[in-house]
Design a protein around this ligand. Structure first.
Ligand SMILES: [Zn+2]
Length: 48
């Protein structure tokens, strides 16, 4: 399982087709809205 960096929900990466890459890491999302928020501003979500 991996964590949606936008909303914090747990996402099953085997099922999710909503994926983005940032800095060589893969991120999975619960919804298209979360993915587009990430894609607009990956630095906001892609680093802890
Ligand atoms: Zn989400």
């Amino acid at each position: 399982m991996s964590k949606d960096p936008v909303c914090g929900m747990t996402v099953d990466e085997r099922k999710s087709k909503l994926k983005s890459e940032h800095d060589g890491k893969e991120f999975y999302f619960c919804s298209p809205g979360c993915k587009s928020a990430f894609d607009r501003d990956p630095h906001r979500y892609g680093h802890s």
